[in-house]
Write a protein that binds this ligand. Sequence first.
Ligand code: VAH
Length: 314
Amino acid sequence: MANERILIIGAGGQIGVELTLALRKLYGTDNVVATDIREEHPLLKGGPFRHLNAMDAFGMLEIVKKEKITQIYHLAALLSATGEKDPKRAWDINMQSLLQVLDLGVQEKLNKIYWPSSIAVFGKTTPKQETPQQTVIEPLTVYGISKYAGELWCQYYYNRWGLDVRSLRYPGLISWKSEPGGGTTDYAVEIYHEALKHKKYTSFLDKGTYLPMMYMDDAIRGTIELMEAPSEKLQTRMSYNISAMSFAPEEIAASIQKTIPDFEISYAPDFRQEIANGWPQSIDDTASREQWGWKHAFDLDSMTREMLTNLGKK
Ligand code: VAH
């Protein structure tokens, strides 16, 4: 790869840890500067790390200049469940930090910027099955509102100043290297930990709650493939639908029972059920498959095998 110098904001999060590791493999460890407001994540100790609060515009500028950064992956945000506990703080953090990154991108003439959106932009008025790339979008959570507003800002900075900012509407992401961070889909990670520890799990989403989901390895590969795609192939500068599978809690339990036959699931829906009820059950990602060649690799059973094997070793 050309001498790209990459800054990761929120490198200690569920996506950040894995994206940092993957980008270090691709661009060279010393060319990927991990930052987070928290302590350095143990898995990232092999490369450059700086403390950075995503709201600190001056600190961000200082790192971009000192480290001669050419690309920013801005992953820091408050997710759906956390956001509903403090809506104004979620809006402030999610929006102000993005606008700072976009301004920096124009001012410092950065090559590319990546910023994640989510299926949380969709609401109850959106078609629930095979949700299209362009459709009725009326988000019901502050997280979803901030992600849709962010998509519109990304498109604006591209149209107005030619800033090459790219984005994916992630489904629920399931990983074992890093912990999920306050999302509604976190049950699909917790269940594997609990299955191995206690052979039982009480799901905070009810039976029959279908949600679009993806194994983290697919999400990381998709992110890099999008960022590596020739700019002229990309027909949207909002955010791309991307998909792998959809399942409900009882289906992930059945998949686990193929390895742990006496695993038991029970249900105790909480406030996150209402959030999940507002989201699509399946996503149409034709645009991603046609425009930049997206193809998922993991299905529920292959993901379950990966999760149980790797968590078992941990
Ligand atoms: C959340 N994991 O639950 C995130 C994601 C589609 C869900 O945006 O908030």
